[in-house]
Design a protein around this ligand. Structure first.
Ligand code: SAH
Ligand code: SF4
Ligand code: F3S
Length: 476
């Protein structure tokens, strides 16, 4: 891409954003002289946390400011996840708590956002009497109208999914930010139909965001002191934006390169990569730029080809192994992490062993591990019997977790004695005398504060020791 045209488009995007902000300010003064507050809790994946920042921006435009005190707020929101039954149970428990607050302070509005809102739609209002608003992931622009209606006593639902919405023009309000790392959604929805997964139903069709708005957002973050951005999508490797005027396209490797070129001190991360779509072009781009982190989240789900077929993942064990080999060949010090599902429909003990052997093969730095939870309406729920007993699912999961802990610990032990470039992200949880940060491979490192180093700066840390989760080091 020609840098010149990038610059002009970039300026244009920033200008439009600034105009957007002014518009919000005017609206704020007009619509809300009392300065109301909202409280928001987010569950589920990073996309949901990122969406909450878009919601915060839209609410800001209505004059609502964020508060951490639920009891004092005028509007309580919960951004929900439907990925497993347990995730939904958690939301229902939280709604019980919100009910109590609402009873003590009548007039407080309670809104359900996100994937569970999308899945249950109007049913939410029937099941949860004290919920006032139900808004799906593509309908946050209707918040001003729905909140106004709810304030007048009219409960509101908007769960329309869109083929276009990317919220590209909305400047997210960073919530719970450390001022160093931020998420940027580069696409929404998912076109895959993994048979176990509810996401295509709750988030709709895949669409990619206009790249220059991504660059503008990342540039602004960098100028505001942020030093790390994570580009988010359910399947970032299928990012593809087509310029409607010129038919020029931007793929994920190109987008990542554009973000990496903003500044060498801006770290670039991304999630999630799909084994069927991650290309060598992406791997070479990671290898080419020091500031694109050597870390790939590449969920395998299962190590067995028959199960992968039932899961409709569209790759098999051999394909996945080849991708892992290519990663280690092209980016030798890359860390790979994964997601695994234990006890999917009809999984035998031997097939479960294939997942364990895949973990050994790939040497995952860490994994998110689950047992299968049937989700209503998914392909698996319709086609296959959820026939693995819960105790068996739990035992297989425990074996997966135990093996992952061993692999992580062994990998960490190999890091002792090495020196890594670390971005300082904050104080360590245990002691204010220590910093915590991460290396390129996404490993957390804790080390004593020495010299003049500050949060948001880079330093070289030599690893002295390790636990199974954290490396311990000192600045060199
Ligand atoms: N887009 C990502 C995954 C998003 S969901 C990808 O394709 O890898 C995050 C993880 O939740 C999935 O990787 C999967 O491991 C897990 N998951 C999804 N549906 C599930 C279900 N029904 N039961 C158990 N785990 C599930
Ligand atoms: Fe779900 Fe598969 Fe899409 Fe990931 S790629 S969000 S697992 S359907
Ligand atoms: Fe959950 Fe929705 Fe993310 S179901 S995992 S919050 S896309």
């Amino acid at each position: 891409m020609e840098p010149k045209s990038t610059d002009t488009l970039l300026d244009k995007t920033i200008n439009e954003k600034q105009q957007g902000d002014v518009f919000f300010k005017e609206q704020q003064m007009a619509s809300n002289p009392e300065g109301k507050t909202f409280y928001i809790e987010s569950y589920g994946c990073a996309m949901n946390f990122s969406d909450s920042e878009i919601v915060a921006s839209i609410l800001g435009g209505m004059g609502y400011s964020p508060t951490k005190e639920m009891e004092e707020s005028d509007l309580i929101l919960i951004n929900t996840c439907s990925i497993r039954e347990k995730a939904e149970d958690t939301v229902r428990k939280r709604l019980r708590i919100f009910d109590k607050v609402k009873k003590k302070k009548p007039g407080t509005l309670v809104g359900v956002l996100g994937c569970m809102a999308e899945r249950l739609k109007h049913k939410f209002l029937e099941q949860e009497k004290l919920v006032d608003l139900v808004i799906g992931p593509d309908s946050y622009r209707s918040l001003p109208q729905l909140v106004a209606d709810a304030s007048d006593g009219e409960k509101g639902v908007n769960v329309l999914l869109s083929r276009e919405e990317t919220y590209a023009d909305i400047n997210p309000v960073r919530l719970n930010s450390n001022g160093v790392s931020a998420f940027i959604s580069i696409m929404r929805g998912c076109n895959n139909m993994c048979s176990f997964c509810i996401v295509p139903f709750t988030r709709g069709r895949e669409r990619s965001r206009e790249p220059f708005s991504v660059i503008a957002e990342a540039t602004e973050l960098f100028n505001n002191g942020y030093r790390e951005v994570t580009l988010l999508g359910q399947n970032v490797d299928s990012f593809l934006w087509k310029n409607p005027e010129t038919d020029e396209t931007v793929n994920f490797a190109q987008l990542m390169e554009m973000v990496a070129q903003i500044h060498p001190d801006l770290r670039v991360r991304f999630s999630t990569s799909h084994p069927k779509d991650i290309t060598d072009e992406v791997l070479h781009t990671i290898a080419k730029y020091e500031n694109i982190c050597n870390y790939i989240h590449l969920p395998v789900q299962s190590g067995n080809s028959r199960i992968l077929k039932l899961m409709n993942r569209t790759y098999d064990r051999e394909w996945y192994k080849e991708r892992v080999e290519s990663i280690y060949r092209i980016i030798p010090d890359c860390a790979i992490s994964s997601d695994m599902i234990a006890g999917f429909c009809t999984e035998t003990e031997e097939e479960h062993q294939d997942t364990l052997s895949m973990m050994e093969f790939a040497q995952y730095s860490m994994s998110y591990m689950f047992f299968y939870s049937e989700r209503p309406g998914t392909l698996a729920a319709k086609k296959y019997e959820d026939d693995i007993p819960l105790e068996v699912k739990k035992r297989r999961l425990a074996e997966i977790v135990r093996l992952q802990n061993q692999i992580s610990f062994n990998n960490h032990k190999k890091d002792v004695g090495k020196t890594f470039k670390v971005l300082i992200e904050g104080n360590s949880k245990k002691s204010d005398a220590d910093f915590k940060g991460r290396n390129s491979q996404n490993n957390v490192i804790v080390f004593p504060k020495t010299g003049d180093y500050k949060i948001g700066q880079y330093c070289n840390v030599k690893v002295k020791d390790t636990t199974s989760a954290t490396l311990i080091g000192e600045i060199v």
